[in-house]
Design a protein around this ligand. Structure first.
Ligand code: NAP
Ligand code: MG
Length: 398
């Protein structure tokens, strides 16, 4: 059989622990037999990040600017325990944070829906994609404990030294205050990423804030989205037959619960943090969640939403059998290959991505799955496979 050729490379970012093991198996059994893989390889495994003083992470992100499409394996974000475990020169920053800072994107997370793994919310028939703004608000806040009576104010000093003030509160006893900010440019690129992703995936876009209460802060988010939509996207949305819908955050939550799914829900930073955990656990499993970073310039980096599955890796090192779910990592690859095919006009590559996703879903629906899914499936007789046998079962179908 002739293998499918790739005209242009994708950036391949290898990672750590159990997901690094799955990465190799996926390439060997599911990709290389069918596709002449054309990748620019970067080893983001912690050892190599340490050897290169983390330069490899920066290089890999810059490579995405050149090739536009990347696929990333889960990576360790070092903490104190990892400093000793890997004998690190420094507590290197989170690779995802570094990559996001260079590409300036929005992260979209969507569940992979299969029969037999039913969402807790019965009327959810289609995936709900959460788009989380990844800059500012409470994540870059300044806080104070107020010890007793006194006046708290917001003060802004402009370049010429002119001050403007707003009273926060006249305290007559102990209390707390918090200052936070965002910048219009970041909100605008968040908006554009969401509108582009909605067009890409042909799904409606919902956005919600609390603009009735926060008349300047949240209202600015609402206004920037609306201005950009009216000026740049209204026609394109109508052509694609999709809708941009704005409402209040509490109304959005009520509507999400009663909906069928099948749309993108854009969330401010904190809302996205909280709601993505709710949506992913209600859909069944973190191991069935895809994640893609979309930059306003149109760069795409695909990955799984989960981490390196450290606990399973230690079992693997001891020679014990593991049953680690590779679905989200497989879908990271199919996402990247499909996007590469789309950009290069390669129908063959796009069709391969569709087939691999279908083979994966069919394998689970037929009853063959990893342990995490067997524990929650409505299928009365699931066959639990180990990490490699699950991938082999998909390969057989493919
Ligand atoms: P994790 O790797 O997501 O795993 C947490 C637990 O969730 C696992 O122990 C396992 O539960 C279950 N799980 C997650 N993915 C699974 C899969 N594919 N198949 C089966 N079960 C799965 O999170 P963590 O253990 O907190 O973090 C480990 C490392 O990952 C850390 O060093 C962290 O820095 C890194 N991390 C990286 C990323 C990223 O690169 N995007 C994201 C998050 C965390 P059981 O043990 O009960 O089976
Ligand atoms: Mg969270």
């Amino acid at each position: 059989m002739d293998r499918i050729k790739m005209a242009n490379p994708i950036v391949e970012m290898d990672g750590d622990e159990m997901t690094r093991i799955l990465w190799k198996m996926i390439k060997e059994h599911l990709l290389e037999p069918f596709v002449e893989l054309n990748t620019e390889y970067y080893d983001l495994g912690l050892e190599h990040r340490n050897e290169t003083d983390d330069q490899v992470t920066v290089d890999s992100a810059n490579a995405v600017k050149k090739h536009k499409v990347a696929v990333k394996c889960a990576t360790i974000t070092p903490n104190a325990a990892r400093m000793t475990e890997y004998d690190l020169k420094e507590m290197w920053k989170s690779p995802n944070g570094t990559i996001r800072a260079i590409l300036d994107g929005t992260v979209f997370r969507a569940p992979i829906v299969v029969k037999g793994i039913e969402p807790c919310v019965r009327n959810w028939k289609k995936p709900i994609t959460i788009a989380r703004h990844a800059y500012g608000d409470v994540y870059k806040n300044t806080e104070m404990k107020i010890p007793g009576a006194g006046k708290a104010e917001l003060v802004f000093t402009d370049k010429d030294g002119k001050e403007s003030r707003e009273l926060i509160h006249e305290f007559d006893g102990e209390g707390i205050i918090q200052g936070m900010h965002n910048v219009n440019q970041s909100i605008a690129s968040f908006a554009r990423s969401c509108f582009n992703y909605a067009l890409d995936t042909k799904q409606d876009l919902w956005f919600a804030t609390k603009d009735t209460i926060s008349k300047k802060y949240d209202h600015t988010f609402k206004d920037i989205f609306q201005e950009i939509y009216d000026a740049e996207y209204d026609e394109k949305f109508k052509e694609a037959g999709i809708v941009y819908f704005y409402t209040l955050i509490d109304d959005a939550v009520a509507r999400v619960m009663k909906s069928e799914g099948g749309y993108i829900w854009a969330c401010k930073n904190y809302d996205g943090d909280v709601m993505s955990d709710m949506v992913s656990s209600a859909f069944g499993s973190l191991a069935m969640m895809t994640s893609v970073l979309v930059s306003p310039e149109g760069y795409y980096e695909y990955e799984a939403a989960h981490g390196t599955v450290q606990r399973h890796y230690y079992k693997h090192l001891k020679g014990e059998e593991t049953s680690t779910n590779s679905v989200a990592t497989i879908f990271a690859w199919t996402g990247a290959l499909r996007k590469r095919g789309e950009l290069d006009g390669s129908g063959e590559l796009m069709e391969f991505a569709d087939r691999l996703e279908k083979a994966t879903i069919d394998t689970i629906e037929e009853g063959k799955m990893t342990k995490d899914l067997a524990l929650i499936t409505t299928n009365p007789n699931p066959v639990v496979l180990n990490s490699e046998d699950f991938i082999r079962a998909i390969a057989e179908r493919l």
